[in-house]
Design a protein around this ligand. Structure first.
Ligand code: NAD
Length: 479
């Protein structure tokens, strides 16, 4: 199978191709267009040409087409989920029940939202001020390889709903479902040129896209390293930067431990641990630390690792051989830094069932739990982006806050306590864009999603998405 770029509504062959590989079976899934500056120029030109007409459509008409796209995605969930699972190693239980349905929701939500954009008035005795919201123009949308379809639609839906046109670049590791998105968008009646796709590597395709003078806004999700590079090379543009994380999951001794344990396990091991909001630093109060660690490891040992196409599987393969090597290197580093390995590891532990023949060559690691972790260790400070939990002890509320904030990142955070005052105090004190109290990460599409510190700038979701995809203008009329 060949995956081409989508430019001005047509598949366009590239000068070169790369392979995308199934990380469970190692089979080649497709040859994908490898783009560079010429393909990017053509895609931006198509988006620029399509912009005036699309922006000029009344919002309810744009909304109708986006709703139709949401409906098409909802109808194609099994097909899209299977493709996403094959391309990324994310389990079918996640892609089929959560991630692809959520992509349909993204279109339904922003279709509704674009019909409700309103403005403000600021009357004075001499002037009437009012605000108008204009679409920005051509937007560059860049997605990482983890949960790629959901992330791409989280950008495409508000971008198009508010009247912009787009050039979408997926990660070279997971381009397949977005290629289907391009086809479904045309089927839904979204005009040619409104959504363009260029595939390729970051350096060859991503860099010319973000630096292009006709691109007015960039919505980027990916690593902090790449985010910094983009900010330097893009020049003056609107930005939303959704970057890496190493989020604290803080458990006080008065927490509902059963619920906290379930949520802690979910927040580090679901989505293969390849999750930006993973609760990867689990801070546990000293008085309950030993008990919590034993019970957490017991749960981790029961997690099913294996074929991501199997409904029972909780952890599938890491997305690529390179990423597998990175995750393994941290698992090997832990004991050298002085952490205690409670379970898991790079090789299949004796308590874990064997892999089926179909996926025997897959990029697997087993859910790994480190105890006795010091917050300054590399395994606690650096984003591993795999199923590796670090259990860190703290003394009291002050110590918990200090350790939670002793990190470059600031994406999400989790606080578990039955003491309502303490829960609010700690939630307010943690340096992060989001805090969940006595809860795992639960998304409402109206929430401001995003991070602070090295986790990024800007927020997306609900009217927070105006910040990147709409340009406010103040009109002052003399009375
Ligand atoms: P990455 O930064 O390597 O790549 C992300 C995307 O940027 C890819 O499409 C890549 O091709 C492109 N790219 C690379 N170099 C580029 C350049 N110089 N110019 C323009 N584009 C370039 O990230 P990844 O490994 O694909 O994804 C994992 C990272 O994404 C993790 O750090 C994770 O925390 C983060 N992430 C963050 C969020 C969030 O919402 N904050 C969500 C998911 C993932």
């Amino acid at each position: 199978m060949k995956i081409e770029n989508l430019i001005d509504g047509k598949p366009v062959a590239a000068r070169d191709y790369f392979e995308t590989i199934n990380p469970a079976t190692q089979e080649v899934l497709a040859e994908v267009a490898s783009s560079g500056a010429p393909e990017v120029d053509a895609a931006v030109a198509a988006a620029k040409a399509a912009f005036p007409k699309w922006a000029g459509l009344p919002a309810p008409e744009r909304a109708r087409k986006l709703r139709a796209l949401g409906d098409l995605i909802a109808r194609h969930v099994p097909e899209l989920a299977a493709t996403e699972t094959d391309d990324t190693g994310q389990t079918i239980a996640q892609t089929g029940k959560a991630l692809v349905p959520r992509a349909a929701d993204n279109f339904h939500y922003f279709a509704e939202m674009c019909t409700r954009v309103d403005g403000h008035t600021y009357p004075t005795p001499t002037h009437l001020n009012y605000t108008l919201y204009h679409p920005v123009g051509v937007c560059a949308l860049i997605s990482p390889w983890n949960v790629p379809f959901m992330t791409a639609t989280w950008k495409v839906a508000p971008c198009l709903a508010f009247g912009n046109t787009a050039v979408l670049k997926m990660s070279e590791l997971s381009p397949l479902t977005a290629a289907r998105l391009g086809e479904l968008a045309l089927e839904a009646g979204i005009p040619a040129g409104v959504l363009n796709l260029v595939h390729g590597y970051g350096k060859e395709a991503g860099e010319p896209l973000v630096a292009h003078p006709d691109v007015r806004a960039i919505s980027f999700t990916g690593s902090t390293l790449t985010g910094n590079r983009i900010v330097r090379s893009a020049g003056l543009k609107k930005f939303s930067m959704e970057l890496g994380g190493k989020s604290p999951f803080v458990v006080f001794d008065d927490a509902d431990l059963e619920r906290a344990l379930d949520a802690a396990v979910f927040m580090i091991f679901s989505n293969n641990g390849e999750r930006c909001t993973a609760g990867s630093r689990i801070l546990v109060q000293q008085s309950i630390y030993a008990d919590f660690a034993a019970r957490f490891a017991e749960r981790a040992r029961k997690i099913v690792v294996g074929d991501p196409r199997d409904e029972q599987t909780i952890i599938g393969p890491m997305v690529s051989k390179n990423h597998l090597a990175k995750v393994r290197s941290y698992i090997e580093l832990g004991p050298r830094e002085g952490a205690t390995l409670l379970c898991g590891g790079v090789d299949r532990p004796s308590y874990a069932p064997e892999l089926s023949a179909r996926v025997a060559g897959g990029n697997f690691v087993w859910p790994t739990v480190f105890a006795d972790v010091d917050n300054r260790m590399k395994i606690a400070q650096e984003e591993i982006f795999g199923p590796v939990a670090c259990l860190i002890a703290f003394k009291d509320e002050q110590d918990a806050i200090a350790k939670a904030n002793d990190i470059d990142y600031g994406l999400s955070s989790y606080v578990w306590s039955e003491n309502i005052g303490r829960a609010h105090r700690v939630a307010a004190a943690i340096e992060a864009g989001m805090c969940f109290v006595n809860s795992q990460n639960v998304r409402d599409l109206r929430q401001p999603f995003g991070g602070t510190k090295a986790s990024g700038t800007g927020r997306e979701g609900g009217s927070w998405s105006y910040e990147v995809f709409l340009e406010p203008k103040n009109v002052a009329v003399s009375m």
